[in-house]
Design a binder for this molecule. Structure first.
Ligand code: PRP
Length: 220
């Protein structure tokens, strides 16, 4: 019997895009498109089993070997520093990690900077690299509200279109890191299921090359 590859996909819009890529490169699993609340889908013939998990949990499933491979944002990889292989930058789910503050904010380096964020580890590392003392206020969402209510001076968060910042009178003061979706693998699985994982990598790389050729900037 074929050895199954377990794939953790991030639930949501990014995950749908990622699944479409898997489908296009020959690892389809039609039952996944049926509207229901199931979280595990498999296509035995193709040797694939997909799980929908919370985007911020993908790296955990992969690190612990519950999934052999998965797709996680670079933000999550930087935050949790999982012991995994980062295989491919899929070039989707693009955004950036940035520090933002209310318009007109002036930083006083003599004061401890209060930072509201979901990304405590990234914040710690980033500000310590600048030699800046900070107080982290760890939140789980709606981070933009923190400086408005005086809970923090700044935020460190994901900025995609910039609309959330704009609508809350905040602006980026520094970009910390670019973010995009990455194909990641469990280290043991990469060794023991190497042929199947290499097939997926090859398929993804050909898909990405073909995609790049259709983009106008590639024709210049
Ligand atoms: C993310 C992020 C920002 C927003 C940025 O929030 O935390 O709030 O998207 O997107 P924009 O620049 O396009 O406006 P998410 O939707 O994940 O919700 P959250 O408040 O739970 O973090």
């Amino acid at each position: 019997m074929k050895q199954m590859i377990n794939i953790a996909l991030p639930k949501g819009r990014l995950g749908d895009k990622v699944y479409d890529i898997f489908e296009k490169i020959g690892f389809e699993c039609p039952s996944i498109k049926e509207a229901n609340r199931k979280l595990i889908f498999e296509n035995e013939k193709k040797g694939v089993r997909y799980f929908w998990v919370k985007p911020s949990d993908v790296a955990r499933y992969v690190e612990r070997g519950a999934a052999d491979i998965g797709v996680a944002g670079k933000d999550i990889i930087l935050e949790y520093e999982p012991d995994i292989y980062e295989l491919i930058d899929l070039g989707i789910g693009k955004c950036r990690l940035a520090v933002a503050a209310p318009k007109g904010f002036h930083d006083d380096p003599q004061q401890t900077l209060k930072v509201a964020t979901k990304f405590s580890n990234i914040s710690q590392k980033y500000f310590s690299s600048l030699g800046r003392e900070i107080d982290i206020i760890h939140l789980n969402g709606s981070i933009e509200i923190a400086p408005i209510l005086g809970l923090s001076d700044v935020i460190l968060d994901i900025v995609e279109t910039g609309t959330t910042l704009k609508e809350n009178n905040l602006e980026v003061i520094e970009t910390v890191a670019p973010v995009s979706a990455r194909l990641i693998a469990n280290k043991a699985s990469f060794k023991f299921k190497n042929t199947q994982i290499e097939n997926i990598i090859e398929g993804m790389n050909s898909f990405l090359e073909a995609e790049a050729k259709t983009k106008p900037e590639a024709k210049k």
